[in-house]
Design a protein around this ligand. Structure first.
Ligand SMILES: [Zn+2]
Length: 1004
């Protein structure tokens, strides 16, 4: 596919696009300054080395109505190594110089074209050559005044390419709608590559406000004008390191100003002023942005040392942008309204105030984007104590490299200068960020962060390259890092590490395409692509527009569904974007064979992630492997009405990273990933059990299940058919599997034992009050059914005595567990004619119903802090399915083929679904972190026959398989100190139908 013509953007801003201003991931926030290098090595720059600019003192008048500006710039120039008689500066061609003077004398000057250069804008800028009245010596400093004026009128244009969140394109604009002028506007006389300090006094009409860099040192709102003075060289404000005059002379790579009819809101955060410059209609968002900025400034001051500027401003731009300048960010109104306060957006810009806009890249490469991405987009999640999100961020970094950097198009990090496509983003931002992650792991946190603070303290206001960075890390860590930097910075490629050796994505490695979850981005990056449009369909128009847009891309074939037979001609060896779902006739009939289990598309709705969706506002983007060639994907985009299709179609390629996304009226309401198809010939889940160390089998023979720790972690209660029993009784044993003794009555059947606080009593559910015999087994009729026998919940001593009955309602009362703080019991009951979760005191009083949606809610278990409950549920919405559930329930049966995990508060509030894979997910238990859940599921098995343990975040992210052995693994529970896991498995069994209790040390 053609470079610079790529389609996609991630909605999370991970993919933004090309353009001189766009540099930061997703949402690029850097303009000129740290993101653009004005000239690259080896390329002759203008009058290279003849002079450089040390300082600008600018008097600027702006008249938005006439698009005009007038500047009076007192420029401090330093002569280079040779004597000069004349010098040149760059300036916008539309700005006419009235005079140039030095030491009170007018100097002759003339314009001349810029030499051709990839870095300079020869369309808008030229040179002004100034002749001195006497030779200036090498190293001499001169002060030269320029008086110039003209129109800056380049209204922002919509991006030319098929892009969705890129900034508009302008070289700078002055107009009634707003003002934006930066280094690429050439609005002040400059010398490329200068690092200068800036002070500007800007006069605008009354009611206008100017945003500048550094500190706002004077401001006057007069009846006829607003006059504001910004000192971009103000830095180190009120920090202990300030100079006697109260500030450092902090140079910058350029000066960008924005202006508009803003309402300014300012507050202090420590010694830093934080201000928003928003239009009146977005004023109510000011607090949110001020609070977010304060949090970032506070957190990163601790990581990187004091914030280098007196002020941080957030400006609302009159065109779409995400730009970061030293000490301010300029976001388009659309971004502001979309709450772009995330670490990858506002956080990233703020980190640039240290990295990239205070310590600068030199021509030896752009390391600042990688480090900023690491610290903002990634490390924020670690700072906030969210290891799940941090892991997901690492995974996404590897994903972007896997998707966008084919091995033959890879290049070393050191060659990255700025982003012009997704490949640059994957290497210069994401790979570089992972390299900093590996460096941190290599030298340790203390040295890594000490080096970063040293970096800011020693190199603030200076340029630095990878070489100096390597020297700095080497010095601070006292380690020889040459091999590390040579491997990761100077060479292309990734580590040759297998997925099982790095399940948490700590190593920069290439994830093979076949191991990626199916997603639209695999279509986008496939050299062989076909778009299929439905033949006849009321929604065809928005589909056709989308198809025509995509078909303009190189290498994309366009087919009408009527041309494609059910055998899938032309589709079998390509990635396919199938528009219209079931409306695409025989093309859909072909694709349908690849649908993941549990997914169904109908004319009036669809089912995905274990849920049914109906209604004219709904749309689905679903990706799965090509049924004839799993190296390609099929992405189906299907809306239930033209109105549902249209808003999503416009932004479809925003949504490239998930296997499915459900939209309602254009907004995402659900998303998820399908596990990648296991490699051909490899059994599902054939991976190492790296979390489980020192696995011990505690029981040997017959059926043993539901083993749960005592409060002191030294004993287990479990159910067993040992001793030749026909059904389960409860036993207690030590962690070595010895001294098992029965604690239940020996009559009826029992289930779900649990220790009571103090470990002197246990509870369990038993049917002995109904009958002393084992209850009959359900006739399976070819299906897997659980029977809901007439259990009630009892407590007893460890000797089996002093039996106390806690429940006495008819039917099933079981699945009781106890909060770690000993406050309450949760359990499942049919007392209200549905399977629901209840809680009660330890003595059986104060019963409260926690769930009430029709369907099965059960298997509740508390979080470590006793404040939340995880459970399993199935809530049929299809009337026929609900009727079937009720019919089985009336026979005291339940068919657990579809169960999803949920979490809720301990009082039943905030019920939220965690999984959505359409499989049977059950037996949840919280990890010691209280955020992740371990559970049993057949989600990996298309036949749904085998069950393994998995981990998942309570936000549904970060699915990870834990067990690989055996065909059944379930009922996991952590010891109270989190060091051990007990579970039930059929691994290594000698007889069919045998299950045993296993104990392992948990390796996080
Ligand atoms: Zn950036």
């Amino acid at each position: 596919m053609k470079k610079g013509d790529r389609l996609l953007f991630s909605e999370s801003g991970r993919l933004s696009a090309v353009g001189r201003k766009v540099a930061c991931p997703l949402f690029c926030l850097l303009v000129g300054p740290s993101c653009s290098v004005l000239s690259s090595p080896g390329e002759p720059s203008v009058d290279s080395g003849a002079i450089s600019v040390l300082r600008h003192e600018i008097q600027l008048a702006i008249d938005p109505t006439s698009h005009r500006m007038r500047g009076l710039d007192r420029v401090t120039i330093q002569v280079g190594r040779r004597e000069v008689r004349e010098f040149s500066v760059t300036l916008n061609k539309a700005l006419v110089v009235a005079w140039v003077s030095s030491e009170g004398k007018l100097l002759p000057f003339y314009p001349r074209p810029l030499p051709p250069s990839a870095e300079l804008d020869t369309r808008h800028a030229h040179q002004v050559v100034v002749r001195l009245d006497r030779p200036a010596r090498a190293g001499e400093t001169l002060i030269v005044d320029f008086d110039y004026a003209g129109e800056i009128n380049d209204p922002p244009r919509e991006p030319r390419h098929l892009r969705f969140v890129t900034p508009s394109e302008t070289s700078g604009h002055i107009g009634p709608e707003g003002v934006y002028i930066g280094p690429e506007t050439y609005w002040y006389p400059d010398v490329p590559n200068s690092l200068a300090s800036y002070r500007v006094t800007a006069t605008t009409p009354p009611g206008w406000e100017v945003i500048g860099q550094g500190g706002l040192v004077a401001h006057e709102a007069r009846a006829d004008a607003t006059v504001a003075t910004w000192d971009a060289s103000a830095c180190g404000f009120r920090s202990p390191e300030v100079s006697a005059e109260g500030r450092f002379d902090c140079p910058a790579e350029g000066l960008t100003l924005a202006a508009g009819k803003f309402v300014v809101v300012m507050r202090m955060s420590g010694n830093t002023e934080i201000a928003t410059y928003f239009y009146p209609e977005d004023m109510e968002l000011a607090d949110e942005y001020l609070a977010a900025a304060a949090a970032y400034l506070d957190a990163y001051s601790r990581v990187l040392g004091p914030y280098p500027f007196p002020r941080f401003s957030i400006g609302e731009n009159f065109f779409a942008s995400g730009l970061g300048m030293p000490s301010y960010a300029l976001l388009g109104a659309g971004s502001i309204r979309r709450h772009y306060t995330q670490p990858y957006a506002l956080g990233h810009e703020i980190v640039h105030s240290w990295i990239g806009n205070h310590v600068f890249n030199d021509n030896g490469g752009n390391w600042a984007e990688g480090l900023t991405t690491y610290l903002a987009n990634y490390y924020w999640h670690e700072l906030k104590g969210d290891p799940q999100k941090a892991r997901e961020e690492r995974r996404m970094m590897l994903l972007s490299y896997a998707v966008y950097v084919p091995p033959d198009q890879d290049y070393p990090v050191v060659q990255f200068k700025r982003k012009s496509d997704q490949r640059d983003n994957a290497i210069g931002y994401n790979k570089a960020a992972m390299v900093f992650h590996m460096l941190r792991r290599e030298i340790g946190d203390d040295r890594f962060f000490a080096a970063l603070r040293t970096l800011v303290a020693e190199y603030g206001g200076r340029r630095i390259g990878w070489r100096e960075l390597e020297a700095l890390f080497t010095r601070v860590s006292s380690r020889d890092l040459r091999a590390f930097f040579a491997r990761w910075i100077e060479r292309a490629g990734a580590a040759d590490v297998k997925a099982e050796a790095d399940p948490d994505y700590h190593v920069f490695r290439r994830i093979p395409r076949r191991d990626l979850p199916p997603m639209l981005n695999l279509f986008v990056t496939d050299p062989r692509r076909v778009v299929v449009t439905p033949s006849l369909d009321s929604a065809a128009a928005p589909y056709r527009e989308l198809a025509e847009r995509v078909a303009k891309q190189e290498g994309v074939g366009l087919r009408s569904a009527s041309e494609v037979g059910a055998a899938g001609q032309d589709l079998r060896d390509a990635s396919v974007l199938l528009l219209g779902g079931p409306n695409a006739g025989s093309a859909y009939a072909w694709a349908k064979r690849g649908l993941p289990p549990g997914v169904d598309l109908r004319p009036d709705g669809f089912r995905v992630g274990g849920k049914d969706y109906q209604g004219s506002g709904m749309a689905l983007l679903l990706s799965f492997r090509n049924p004839d060639d799993p190296t390609h994907v099929v992405s189906v985009f299907y809306g239930l009405s033209p109105e549902a299709v249209k808003p999503v179609a416009r932004l479809l390629f925003f949504y490239g990273w998930n296997s499915y996304l459900v939209f309602e009226n254009g907004a995402v309401i659900k998303r998820g990933d399908e596990p990648p198809r296991p490699a051909e010939g490899a059994p599902a889940g054939a991976r190492s059990e790296r979390h489980l160390r020192n696995i011990r089998q505690l029981t040997h023979g017959r059926q043993n299940a539901e083993a749960y720790f005592s409060f002191d972690g030294r004993s287990l209660i479990f159910q067993s058919t040992r001793d030749g029993r026909g059904c389960y009784q409860q036993y207690v044993m030590g962690l070595d599997g010895r001294d098992a003794r029965m604690v239940s009555t020996g009559r009826g059947t029992t289930t779900c034992g649990y220790f009571l606080p103090g470990d002197r009593r246990v509870l369990f559910s038993s049917t002995h009050a109904k009958s002393p015999e084992c209850p009959p087994k359900p006739s399976a009729q070819g299906r897997y059914l659980w029977s809901l026998d007439d259990y009630d919940i009892y407590t007893a001593t460890l000797g089996g005595g002093d039996l106390v009955r806690l429940t006495a309602t008819p039917g099933y009362d079981a699945e009781a567990t106890i909060a770690p703080d000993g406050s309450r019991i949760v359990f499942t009951s049919v007392r209200d004619d549905d399977l629901d979760i209840y809680s009660m005191r330890l003595d059986g009083t104060d019963v409260k119903r926690l769930t009430s949606v029709a369907g099965y809610d059960g298997g509740p278990v508390f979080s470590p802090d006793s404040k939340r409950i995880a459970y399993r549920a199935h809530h049929p919405t299809d009337p026929a399915e609900l009727a079937r559930y009720r019919e089985l329930l009336a026979q005291n049966l339940v068919e657990p083929s579809k169960l999803e995990l949920f979490v809720m508060d301990a009082d039943g509030g905030n019920q939220r679904q965690v999984t959505g894979n359409g499989a049977a997910n059950f037996a949840p238990f919280f990890l010691p972190d209280g955020r992740r859940i371990i559970f049993s599921s057949n989600l990996h098995d298309p036949q749904r026959r085998t069950f393994h343990l998995f981990l998942i975040g309570d936000d549904g992210q970060g699915l990870e398989q834990v067990t690989a052995e055996g065909g059944f693994n379930s009922f996991p529970m952590f010891s109270p100190d989190g060091s051990k896991l007990v579970w039930v498995s059929d691994r290594g069994t000698k007889e069919k139908g045998e299950f045993n209790i296993f104990l392992a040390d948990w390796a996080p």
